[in-house]
Design a protein around this ligand. Structure first.
Ligand code: GLC
Length: 492
């Protein structure tokens, strides 16, 4: 008899937790930083608008223009208000130090420093879950950042010792790396909060965050010498290489040639890693990239399928990728009027055009996974891996933390997952029936089907109504799903 979703959830959690020690390890690069998280309530936003003397008409125009980069504090306000109005996530690069300093000095004093950057966030999550070895990359290591790395021994940074050999050391114990601190300004916004200003009336439809980043070391995507010198050992002692950080490349500073050169050096490193370990899975974790030229170059240079096996993204990132791989119409239509049918079509296009073995798309209420037909992990296990990722992420959304041993019954009323399917899961099931792929009822029960030569696995996720922070949840989903997949790929 087919298992219910709550049963699958429970089993997945046990199986992955009991077996995670069997995998070799996971490597995560490149961007690690300190996030300064501000809960930006409407009154603080309106105060700042008044302080800057921005009138409502000018603000409205700026929001509509959606510039995508921050030259002045007004631009920050425009990005923040745009995200607030739509409940969407975005990250814009601050173009000068003066504006960065202004924001740091003028935003509300109450803030929390947390581990940030895809690599930093994933490293802490995976280390906390008990992955035997987690290798992380960082360009800087100020003391504030050191202290944010979880204390576990399984978390290491490749570093040259005084004899010039590569050693793997816990980041808290490492001494000599660039110690400059650049805080990423994370403004968390809350569903239901409202801004009223002149004729403007915005109600935030979804919890989300707007990120303003000024981070010159990460903007160069410099790979540490110890990481590149140690790539053979890194590749042979871990199963997955998860990479991210292209979104921060400062185009204005290094120009198109600089961007190409940085991308090529990453691709070179991937090639070396794959030569050392042909089984290594290389995953690209996307992050909202406002400068489309960066993404265009990235995929032009890496298109031929030999670099990326797998890709992880949310709705915004999905549209950004589509836009640069010859699917700009679909990208635009997703941005203007997102639907599940378009998301699915978008995922398929990306898999096909980038010759991916695997694509993981995550959104509120469901995760989609497309894998090539002879993929190394069977569909049933993939479904379990996604459920595991949903549990770890729900716990993080609720508490802000990652914990190895979670009491599922306290975390969530799992019966709800069977009695009330999430909206996006129901919608996608109906899309699949309309497209004559599978009966809606059947898909709601199984979450597995064939879709144009790919395996399609979709699970309804646990939904936490009031997340403590939204930042970093996507990274948590992608990295834990992939880790769980590797764990479950062993014959248990
Ligand atoms: C981006 C941001 C970083 C944040 C991360 C979360 O990398 O630059 O500040 O922590 O996204 O996903």
């Amino acid at each position: 008899m087919i298992k219910t979703w709550s049963e699958i959830y429970r089993d997945s959690y046990q199986e992955v937790t009991n077996n995670i020690k069997r995998i070799n390890g996971i490597t995560v690069g490149f961007n690690t930083n300190v996030d300064a998280i501000y809960h930006m309530r409407s009154d603080a936003i309106v105060d700042l608008i008044h302080k800057l003397g921005i009138d409502s008409v000018a603000l409205y125009k700026k929001v509509v223009k959606w510039k995508g980069s921050i030259e002045t504090p007004d631009d920050y306000i425009a990005g923040l208000c745009g995200c607030f109005e739509k409940g969407r996530a975005s990250e814009w690069i601050i173009q000068n130090e003066e504006t960065y300093n202004y924001l740091i000095e003028n935003l509300p004093v109450e803030r929390t420093l947390r581990m940030g950057g895809q690599a930093g966030i994933m490293a802490n999550v995976l280390s906390s879950l008990g992955v035997p070895k987690v290798i992380v990359h960082t360009s800087t290591l100020p003391k504030e950042l050191k202290n944010l790395f979880v204390k576990n021994k399984n978390l290491v940074l490749p570093i040259h010792d005084k004899n010039g050999n590569i050693t793997f050391t816990h980041p808290r114990k490492v001494k000599k790396i660039d110690d400059r601190l650049f805080l990423h300004i994370i403004s968390e916004i809350e569903k239901g909060d409202g801004i009223k200003l002149g004729n403007i009336k915005w109600i935030c439809p979804k919890n989300n965050r707007f990120i303003a980043t000024y981070d010159p070391p990460n903007a160069k995507l410099d790979i540490s010498l110890s990481f590149s010198d140690g790539i053979t050992e890194i590749a042979t002692t871990t199963d997955v290489l998860i990479l991210s950080g292209f979104h921060m490349l400062n185009f204005k500073e290094i120009g198109i040639e600089g961007v190409k050169e940085r991308i090529k050096s990453v691709l070179n490193l991937i090639q070396q890693a794959k030569q050392s370990n042909p089984k290594l899975i290389v995953h690209l974790e996307l992050s909202s990239t406002k400068n489309e030229k960066i993404l265009r170059e990235l995929f032009n240079l890496s298109r031929k399928g030999v670099y990326w096996d797998s890709l992880g993204c949310n709705e915004v990132e999905l549209a950004e990728v589509l836009n640069v791989i010859g699917e700009s119409k679909l990208a635009k239509s997703i941005t203007q009027e997102p639907t599940q049918a378009k998301f699915l079509r978008g995922c398929l296009k990306i898999c096909q055009k980038l010759s991916l073995r695997r694509l993981h798309f995550h959104q509120y209420g469901s995760y989609f996974l497309l894998t090539e037909n002879n993929y190394l992990v069977p569909n049933k296990k993939l479904k379990q891996a996604l459920c595991y990722a949903s549990i770890i992420t729900a716990y993080k959304a609720k508490t802000g933390e990652t914990k190895k041993k979670i009491d599922l019954e306290i975390l969530y009323d799992l019966n709800r997952i069977d009695s009330r399917y999430t909206k996006s899961f129901k919608e996608i099931a109906s899309v699949l029936e309309k497209e004559k792929i599978i009966y809606e009822e059947e898909f709601l029960l199984t979450g597995i089907t064939q879709y144009h030569n790919y395996n399609l696995i979709i699970v309804p996720t646990l939904v936490i109504k009031k997340p403590k922070y939204t930042v970093g949840l996507g990274d948590t989903i992608s990295s834990t799903a992939l880790t769980a997949e590797i764990t479950l790929s062993f014959r248990l």
